[in-house]
Every structure is written in structure tokens, then in C-alpha cells.
Design a protein around this ligand. Sequence first.
Ligand code: NAP
Ligand code: ZN
Ligand code: ZN
Length: 348
Amino acid sequence: MHRTAAYAATSATSPLGPWSLERRDPRPGEVLIDIRYCGICHSDLHTVRGEWGPVQYPLVPGHEIVGHVAAVGGGVDRFAVGDAVGVGCFVDSCRRCDQCAAGEEQYCDRGMVATYGSIDPSTGEMTQGGYSTRITVHQDYVLRIPAGLPLDRAAPLLCAGITTWSPLRRFGLEAGDELGVVGLGGLGHMAVKFGVAMGARVTVLSTSEGKREDAMRLGAHAFEVASAPGAARRLAKRFRMILDTAAAAHDYNHYLGMLGIDGTMVLLGIPGPSPVAAASLVMGRRRLAGSLIGGIRETQEMLDFCAANGVASDIELIGAADINVAYERMLRGDVRYRFVIDASTFGG
Ligand code: NAP
Ligand code: ZN
Ligand code: ZN
């Protein structure tokens, strides 16, 4: 067993603070990872504050994990000690259902074992995430971080990256398409980078005028404050695809009207409910869809694409003591464009 320093939430309302836990020695097929960096996803905040349902505390969030293999269990053939690796939003699944067989473990019929806050059927214990210095994971759920990707800027790819990459590919974004991105935060800024890399014409639909310059620097072709007077009329029927990454409840109909005929809006953000008017879809044969992260195979493809094309996340590196401030800033939309924790600051 390995005593491991961590930061945990102890209730929905108290700040996160130092904690420690035991990580197991790797069993057959597993690797023990020394964590170097962990990104902060808005899902961490939704979860620890109980916005997605009851939570068992203490809870260590974090599912944008990168580090180095520190030890391997028997039969591990894909990784060796010292390899740069990543772990995303899940650490196991049933491996038998159609979704698992298709490499879409995130939609496992039995439910994926999330990196934190899930009961791990193999131990009966609750999983604890990447705001910590070590984690033990089966090699089948570990990603290889290709040489050339800086580890700290690679961490957010494990969630924000794959969550935006997957729908752009699956819903068939093509070069020359008009793509709208709602919300310029962790997911949104990766959507801009991938959209540009795929040859689309990308418009950021933001609530923050102050992000205009950043959006253009990230490669966007246009920036619109979506609530500005006349925006809905000016942007009517503009887009072939919209990725909606907003973390707070908002009016979907406002953005659906910006889709052209046969256009698709993919919901990625998971705020509270918000009504959709049938007419918003019917009047343009539009589609409203959703998408959950991506499978292991697809995540590796995304990482390899990033390394080959020089794509990585724009980050603000912080110490563990700044996690609570980062959460408050995230709630204000003040993210540029992903907080990443330096795991050496967890202590112990
Ligand atoms: P984030 O970094 O906090 O970014 C969210 C952005 O949404 C904000 O920066 C803001 O950008 C925009 N926004 C906030 N309130 C808004 C409103 N009322 N109307 C329109 N836009 C608004 O969050 P994130 O980590 O990217 O996560 C975004 C959402 O995706 C969260 O709900 C998270 O749980 C979810 N998520 C889903 C998946 C999945 O698999 N589907 C994976 C990861 C995360 P502007 O300042 O530009 O307006
Ligand atoms: Zn996430
Ligand atoms: Zn399964």
C-alpha cells in the first residue's frame, strides 16, 4: 500500500482541503502512476457540490491525470516504469457489453467505473481521483502521452480534449463548415483548437466580451457576445454544427436558431434543465444531440493527433492551496483556459 497525499471535499459546502488515502500495489494488469499534474474540470465542481446528486464524502475529484508509471503488476505488457501516461474520466467498465466491445466504454451497459465517486466492483470501495500524488489503474484504461506533448498542457486533453474531439468527429465536421462554440472555458477552448485544426470556420459564442482577443489568438475566425442586441438575427441559420459547452443553465432555443437547415447542436455542458421548443427544431429540420467524453481508443487517437499537430491546452498552473480560488473563478467564467494542479504541491 502507498500512503498518498490528496485534496478532498468533505461536504457540498466546505472548501477542499488536505487529506490522504492508500493506493494499492498494482494487481495483475495494473500500473501504479506517480501523478505529476491534474486538470480541474467543471464536472469536479458540479460533483463535489452535490449538483448531480448525493455524494459520499470525503471525495477526491480529478479526472485529467498525467504522470509517470512507477510500478507495474504481473502481465503488464503495454507500459513500463517511467512511461508518461494519462488517466481520464473512467478507470474500468464491464468489458463484455456491446459498448465496451466497440471501444465506447463511457456508455458501458453496466455503467463505467468513474475515476472518482464510483464503487469499484473489484474492491467494493469508492474510487478517488487525481487531486492526489498516486493512482493505481488497470493498463486497459491508461493512455500513452506521446513524446512532444508537454505533460502539464496534456492533462486537460484527458477530459476537455476528448469531450470536444469526439463529437466533432462523430457528427462529421468537415473542412469549410461553420462551427459555433458556446462558452469559452476548458471545453470551449479545446473545441476552438480542434475545429480550427479540422479546417472549420469557428465562431465563439461567449457571454464574456473580455475573451474576444483570446478567442482570436486561439484561432477562432469570429467572436460574438451571444446575448448582444441583434446577435440572434445576425447569426440566424449560420452554423452547420454548434458545440454547447456552457456550464450554467441557459436558453437552448436562442442557439438552435443559429443552426442552418439540417444543422446539429451537441450538448456537452450538463447544467440544470432548460426547456426546448419543438419549433426550434422543426422549423429547420435541426438536430439536438449530446455526447459523453469518448472511449479509450478514441482518446488515444486524439492524443496522437495533438502530438502530431502541436495541439495542447492553454493552462494556468496552480498549487493545491489555490484549488478553492480556482473553483470560484471557474464559476465566474474566469478560466484561461484550464486550471492545472502541480501534484508536487499536495504535500507528503
Ligand atoms: P468551464 O471551464 O467553467 O467553462 C464553461 C464556460 O461556459 C464558461 O467559461 C463561460 O464561457 C460559459 N458560460 C457560463 N455560463 C454561461 C451561460 N449562462 N450561458 C452561456 N455560456 C455560459 O467549464 P468546462 O470544464 O469547460 O465544462 C463545461 C460543462 O461541460 C460543465 O457543465 C461540465 O460538467 C461539462 N462537461 C461535460 C462533459 C461531457 O462528457 N459531456 C465532459 C466534461 C465536462 P464564456 O465566458 O465564454 O461565456
Ligand atoms: Zn471532466
Ligand atoms: Zn460494458
